[in-house]
Write a protein that binds this ligand. Sequence first.
Ligand SMILES: Nc1ncnc2c1ncn2[C@@H]1O[C@H](COP(=O)(O)OP(=O)(O)O)[C@@H](O)[C@H]1O
Ligand SMILES: [Mg+2]
Length: 362
Amino acid sequence: MTSVSVKDLRLSFGQVTVLDQLNLDIQEGEFLVLLGSSGCGKSTLLNCIAGLLDITDGQIFINGRNVTWDEPKDRGIGMVFQSYALYPQMTVEKNLSFGLKVAKLPQGEIDKRVARAAEILQIGPLLKRKPSELSGGQRQRVAIGRALVRDVDVFLFDEPLSNLDAKLRSELRVEIKRLHQSLKNTMIYVTHDQIEALTLADRIAIMKGGVIQQLADPNTIYNAPRNMFVAGFIGSPSMNFLKGEIATGADGKTVFVAGGVTFSLNGYRAGDPLLPGRKVVLGVRPEHVAVDEAAAGGELHEAVVDIEEPMGADNLLWLKHAGHTMAVRTAGSRRFRPGTKVRLSFDMSLASLFDAATEERI
Ligand SMILES: Nc1ncnc2c1ncn2[C@@H]1O[C@H](COP(=O)(O)OP(=O)(O)O)[C@@H](O)[C@H]1O
Ligand SMILES: [Mg+2]
């Protein structure tokens, strides 16, 4: 069943239209991540769903109900922001129960819900403290707890981990995933962090300039990006791009040629015909290039190690190849001196080809 449905949404701030003709269906129990760089319209979209912004045109449905003109509190949603927005003068317990008291729930029910949220989020020992006596991670847990006690159908998160340091962020990320696995609520989660998106999402909607560029599961987004923007946004370091064109090789097979170097396209599944002369961009992820060995029938290309960045588990090489700089990921145990000549082979079954003009996947 569809849990949240956004239909032909338009949102303008005065003369400036941020979202236009935006459509998005989120399934019940789905963890959907809105991913994109700062200013692309993620929070605006989330705030439209929450009812914190009056939309200019279109409709919003939650659990089949048209909530376009409903107040935020009547939409069955709970929201968690980057800034925890806790009441500083209240204890954790009061922060959790305040909204329920205002809604005039019986005290027994309030106590039950607060106890359950405290247990799920492991903040029981903190209930008597004030926010100023908590760490950032603990405050964010309380903020999540405040959405949890409301017993809502849909959780909306707006960059909830952005204020935390790297270690806490990865810990709380796992807890949010565990929370979703046990509650099975619909969750819409805004982030600019591709790792959060890849690790948490059932599906990622990747946005640019207010437009959803691709909506798919993380594996599809990573391995079959729809355009060069998506391809370049996801993955660190970024996918290598080589500009060139389609040609016919000596054996009559279709090849890709860049800077005088020929690449076999064996194993690439194109959605479009690869006509000789077509200007294209080849995209290869750093881990899909093998160094000093032949992968999946690809041929060997000479390259020179420029920089080596050992990262423990793996070793990132920056190579000079056919006039380009190319990033290649190898095993951490393999070390290379700058200036070393190596031979590369490319796994074309995992590569991407884009039209040079439209930047769309071929
Ligand atoms: N209240 C506002 N008035 C005018 N422009 C706004 C307002 N809020 C956001 N914007 C603009 O809308 C665009 C999208 O903003 P936002 O949704 O906050 O981006 P994100 O959350 O992806 O970083 C930005 O260009 C921003 O400047
Ligand atoms: Mg934002």
